[in-house]
Design a protein around this ligand. Sequence first.
Ligand code: C2E
Ligand code: MG
Ligand code: MG
Ligand code: MG
Length: 285
Amino acid sequence: AARRHTPNSYQFYSAQMNAQLQERLTLESHLSRALERNELQLHYQPRIESHSGKIVSVEALLRWNSRELGAISPAKFIPIAEANGLIVPIGEWVLRTACTQHRLWQQAGLPPLRMAVNLSARQLAQPNLVERITSILEETQIQPQDLELEVTESLMMDNVQQSILKLQQFREMGIKLALDDFGTGYSSLNYLRSFPIDTLKIDRSFIRDVVSNAHNAAVTNAIITLAKSLRLNITAEGVETAEQCEYIKAQGCHEIQGYYFSPPLPKEAMTELLAKQTVTSVAKC
Ligand code: C2E
Ligand code: MG
Ligand code: MG
Ligand code: MG
């Protein structure tokens, strides 16, 4: 908008563009070394089965602690990694690390658990993704049905037919599939029938005001009804309060994830939480 006025404000505009571009280039160059410098970490957020109150799965969430830049939010660096392709090696590291952690928890005698990993569009577009995942499963000795891949609607819509074919291959291998952030993308209800998925994850923007906002409640109820009629599991993300938890549980949601139960935790803290569950349930609502 500044561009329309004086040469001065044009200069201001381009200085701002430059600053943004500069920040992006800095992030990119540091991110390209993050893997080899061990600056990446996974945190794990538990997902609770609503009828039993047990932790039935955890979602692996990527964290970047840069030596020079400090902690950078995934909302900032993941889109950059997607745009420049770094998400491919990083995503492979995420899969291997999450599967290795799953194996360690099982070997330690902790209760059975699914490991959920987010997949990006760039990864799904890799021609050898199925082979890569097969070899990670073999390497880490985890059962395919213990792995759940989370994809988003917009990722699926990038190349619908190709995406469906890949997901079908995963499904045949026994891997579980979830549609993440449901309701925020294209909401292609027509395609939904043909996506070979097991679970719909209701986006946290609907959960946020589900108790106080009739519109959000209506959308959430409609998503749950739709998921039930398609015989899909339903997970709610971003549950922060007892009221939200009770509401969503009463609607028949199968699994619940959010700060109300636990934020994403470093592996040590997650190990403790899993160990505790063998004696006491974490259910609070
Ligand atoms: P997502 O997959 O939808 O993950 C859920 C996000 O919601 C996480 O943010 C989590 O920390 C946050 N969250 C969970 N419970 C609550 C809650 O009760 N309240 C609020 N306000 N937030 C909650 P995070 O960790 O910042 O990750 C953001 C996004 O970055 C993820 O959204 C996912 O799309 C992406 N991402 C994270 N790790 C990976 C990864 O390894 N690979 C790829 N491709 N994407 C990733
Ligand atoms: Mg996710
Ligand atoms: Mg999500
Ligand atoms: Mg999200």
